[in-house]
Design a protein around this ligand. Structure first.
Ligand code: 3AL
Length: 267
């Protein structure tokens, strides 16, 4: 499969004979820039180019068989879906607990479960919200209100919420709090940026003090396990094909959205 894909992508082999051509192919494949690598091999797993994108950093591959083995290993290493009950990550637990989701009374829990189910049946993907920016009352209000939206609106909104979660997890990082000297001239983010302190504090109702959010080491985050989502988002931004983008968006919402009625209700 990989050989056919690669050979089809190289119209001619500069040398005669099979093996030099194949060797040349693997050398050429290893030398491919990120975009070309994902463009050519991005659909070896249906509408999951992030798998190809994730293995790109493992080059150089000794052979096409080694590249295929890297893809297989990545697939085998994917954790069970977060949507199975009891499989919430530590970060999800903390975020949901921090917003008060761990203190739902029975009325709130059953309302949350009902609304989650209604949302999932209406849109075909789970409700996603950046819990650190809301308390439980607001989450319930948002869930109820957003059930009335159009699907396209909710799909875009869910992706935006995933990005907010991604951003805040990057800020907190979980690593040592690194004191960094303030830049010589404070360049304030553009006022309209959703990440500007004003916008964040305006909708801020989470439990993590803002100063901490700003001071922990971002680079620790780069080592943390969310590189898959970052890969997704970077691949999504690079891909023009809307169908691929839609596939990735649905992947993000269903695979990384953490929520199912049982998890919210349970938490
Ligand atoms: N349902 C849902 O969005 N859950 C996620 N949101 C968040 O901030 N952490 C989560 O687990």
């Amino acid at each position: 499969m990989l050989q056919k894909l690669v050979q089809r992508s190289f119209k001619h082999c500069p040398t005669s004979g099979e093996s030099p051509c194949m060797n040349m192919d693997i050398a050429t494949v290893n030398a491919l820039p990120y975009e070309d690598f994902v463009d050519i091999l991005g659909n070896v797993v249906e509408k999951c180019p992030m798998i190809t994108a994730a293995v790109w950093s493992g080059r150089p591959f000794l052979s096409l068989a080694a590249l295929e083995a890297a893809i297989r290993e990545f697939i085998d290493a994917l954790p069970e879906s977060d949507l199975q009950s009891g499989s919430l990550t530590r970060e999800s637990h903390e975020e949901q607990a921090g917003s008060g989701m761990g203190a739902l009374n029975s009325g709130e829990a059953s309302r949350m479960a009902r609304l989650n189910q209604e949302y999932k049946e209406r849109f075909g993907f789970p409700f996603v919200i950046c819990a650190r920016m809301h308390d439980k009352e607001n989450i319930l209000r948002q869930l109820s209100a957003r059930c009335q939206n159009e699907r396209a609106v909710e799909r875009a909104r869910g992706i935006e919420e995933v990005k907010k979660i991604c951003h805040l997890r990057g800020e907190v990082g979980g690593g040592p709090v690194v004191e960094v000297s303030p830049p010589v001239e404070e360049v304030s983010p553009p006022a309209v940026s959703p990440w500007s302190p004003e916008v964040m504090e305006e909708s801020w109702s989470g439990s993590v003090p803002l100063p901490l959010l700003r001071s922990s080491s971002f680079f620790h985050f780069m080592r943390r396990f969310w590189n898959q989502i970052l890969m997704c988002l970077s691949v999504r931004l690079r891909f023009s094909a809307s169908s691929t983008r839609r596939g990735l968006e649905m992947y993000l919402l269903n695979r990384n959205s953490f929520s199912s009625s049982s998890s919210w209700a349970r938490v």
